[in-house]
Design a protein around this ligand. Structure first.
Ligand SMILES: NC(=O)C1=CN([C@@H]2O[C@H](COP(=O)(O)OP(=O)(O)OC[C@H]3O[C@@H](n4cnc5c(N)ncnc54)[C@H](OP(=O)(O)O)[C@@H]3O)[C@@H](O)[C@H]2O)C=CC1
Ligand SMILES: O=CC(=O)O
Length: 330
């Protein structure tokens, strides 16, 4: 990419003031979030001039790219890149950046908390107290299930999967099994060496007490947790989805929960987000549902915004930033 003078940058999700100012110091910036009804028209009006986009949580489609003929770079404020048409970006020569690493530990904290909350029924019992139902000692109908010592099966042992495995194996004494397309080299396991075991996916689904998805959403991982997968799991299995809604066939999940094929599910992500109010997952007694908060702390959302702005500034200068996404390998 040729080093720039001032480029037309379209910001499609709010940025911290100081990070917006970094962009404004170097480029001509329009801020318009297409998810906000009052800003939608401004977003589409700015696309024909836009040379760069920065934001997240909005699907960038081929049709949208067609209306942005000058686009040269997109900087996503996320690690997941499933909102972008990767092959089209590659074909059109549009660079893509994302924010791997800065959200790893925070997301692992959230997903481990979700695992614990689901198994120990924390939201349900907190509501029990809040609603004034705690009148005597609780009975076993409200007991949860142990977390420590149980086997966790991680689908997608990448950056976040490994951070989750450290919490589970080294903090909670949990045997960890995992599945990837290729096993993590022993040298990259660090303190986890000897604590985790690569297994085939089917074995993971059969053996694990907790099945956790940290897989990216791709054509290959779509509905990987489907009726066949739930049929392999233990009736006591708890399914945790910390990555993307598309990994789970939600109708099959509901059937598995309703027929006691599995015990419970903890979900941070859904096929449609925000979760539609009519979704049975919202109020299902065996489901703990969160509003996609894996990385949602003040510190980490700031770090993501800062990295995304740095990525964009560097890519517009013709450099290859830390968050460069290699479209050639996607
Ligand atoms: N809930 C939330 O708020 C958040 C959700 N996420 C989600 O988490 C995902 C993972 O993030 P991160 O850990 O940084 O990503 P990584 O790329 O580091 O990890 C992904 C892992 O999945 C494995 N994988 C990819 N495709 C397949 C497949 N078809 N079958 C089996 N394994 C596969 C990869 O291993 P291999 O290549 O060997 O197969 C890799 O180890 C993101 O893509 C995003 O969707 C991320 C942040 C926050
Ligand atoms: O879901 C969040 C992300 O960063 O990806």
């Amino acid at each position: 990419m040729t080093p720039s003078t001032r480029r037309q940058v379209l910001v499609f999700r709010e940025l911290p003031d100081d990070q917006l100012a970094r962009l404004q110091a170097a480029h001509a910036v329009t801020v318009a979030n297409p998810r906000i009804p009052g800003e939608r028209d401004a977003f589409f009006a700015a696309l024909p001039q836009a040379e760069a986009l920065i934001g997240s949580s909005y699907p960038i489609t081929d049709a949208l790219l067609d209306s942005a003929p000058h686009l040269q770079a997109i900087s996503s404020i996320s690690v997941g890149v499933d909102n972008y048409p990767l092959a089209s970006l590659h074909q059109r020569g549009i660079a893509l950046c994302h924010t791997p690493g800065v959200l790893t530990e925070t997301t692992a904290d959230t997903i481990f908390a979700l695992l614990m909350a689901t198994s120990r029924r924390i939201p349900e019992l907190a509501l029990f107290v809040r609603s004034g139902q705690w009148q005597r000692n609780i009975g076993e109908d409200l007991f949860g299930w142990d977390v420590h010592g149980k086997t966790v099966g991680i689908l997608g042992m990448g950056r976040i999967g490994l951070a989750l495995a450290r919490r589970a194996a080294l903090g909670f004494g949990m045997p960890v099994i995992y599945n990837n397309r290729s096993a993590v080299p022993e040298a990259e396991l660090g303190a986890l060496a000897g604590h985790v075991r690569f297994v085939e996916r089917e074995a993971l689904l059969r053996e694990a007490d907790f099945i956790v998805s940290m897989l990216p959403s791709t054509p290959e991982t779509r509905h990987l947790l489907n009726a066949d997968a739930f049929a392999l799991m233990k009736p006591s299995a708890i399914v945790i989805n910390g990555s993307r809604g598309a990994i789970i066939d939600e109708a099959a999940l509901l059937h598995a929960l309703d027929t006691d094929q599995i015990r419970a599910a903890g979900l941070d992500v859904f096929a449609t987000e925000p979760l539609p109010v009519e979704s049975p997952l919202r109020t299902h007694p065996k489901v703990v549902a969160l509003p996609h908060i894996g990385s949602a702390t003040h510190e980490t959302r700031y770090a993501m915004a800062e990295m995304a702005v740095t990525n964009l500034l560097q890519v517009l200068e013709g450099e290859k930033p830390a968050g460069w996404f290699d479209l050639g390998k996607a």
